[in-house]
Design a protein around this ligand. Sequence first.
Ligand SMILES: Nc1ncnc2c1ncn2[C@@H]1O[C@H](COP(=O)(O)OP(=O)(O)OP(=O)(O)O)[C@@H](O)[C@H]1O
Length: 315
Amino acid sequence: MINQAEKIIEVKNVKKIYRMGQEKIYAVDDVSFDIYKGEFCCLLGTSGSGKSTLLNLMAGIEKISGGQIIIKGKKIHKMNENNLAKFRQRYLGFVFQSYNLIGSMTALENVEFPLIFKRVKAKQRRKMARDMLKQVGLEARLNHKPKEMSGGQQQRVGIARAFVASPEIVFADEPTGNLDTKTTMDVMKLIRTMAKQHSQTIVMVTHDRRLADFADRIIHILDGKIQEIEVREVADSQEEPVSSDVISISDNVEISDITGIPDIAAAEEEGKQTKKQETSEQEISERAEADEAIPQRNTEIKTNNKNQNNRGKEG
Ligand SMILES: Nc1ncnc2c1ncn2[C@@H]1O[C@H](COP(=O)(O)OP(=O)(O)OP(=O)(O)O)[C@@H](O)[C@H]1O
């Protein structure tokens, strides 16, 4: 049962307006809602409805045009980049459709990565990463690089990385977009189970009603506005842990399709300013930089691809 008294995210009259020449695009149009601690909340909408923009605003990846976003009582839209980066590292985790794993690192190193910037000591870090990979059924793949794993396995590594530092909130944008149906359901159960085990809050974006059914609450988005908020009772069977032998998809996912993981970007930035004491930390950071797994949302692509879905308003 979600404790509705404890708001963890407050979205108040939030707007996001993109300008395309003379045209104004109201991607998010005066939206207000709260998300409660420990709930699994889904933003559901068709392509172009504004759900990813809303998620990115909530995660501080994009700037709001109006309104307020308050997370854990802090107005994140008022924070400067440095404070926002620290805030993300401390409280937020991310799972992306394109996994955003660092290609030159093993599964273990990828999962360890967020812990480096939380100043967790090497030995402890390795243990935490190993335990987390075990939880997601990948104990036999610790030393595999992303290329050497299936899409479902890579996404499990992504989930392990998102959860390893126990963030209070995990943002997931179409986390199963590249996976087959069976693996999708397994990954969804895994996300739900991991979050419920530690009372973590999930905010997930999807266009797929079947995935939204894993959520406690579904916020239906249409043309940048909330259409309806649906409260759900989720069966326990949707939280069953999954075993590693159910993964069966082919490895045809473009790992180079890396568009952004803000906590890693922030972590790297902080890492540069920190005197690193352990060689392995340095090595890992250097390899991450070499891999250019640095992340910001590619707004150019969005702009070009989605205009036909826009509701334009003159102004
Ligand atoms: N950088 C941008 N510049 C201009 N318009 C944008 C930009 N990013 C998004 N949009 C527009 O804002 C609207 C909402 O986009 P958004 O990416 O949030 O939709 P979505 O619901 O997540 O869609 P999808 O499921 O296809 O990812 C779309 O009409 C899109 O064209």
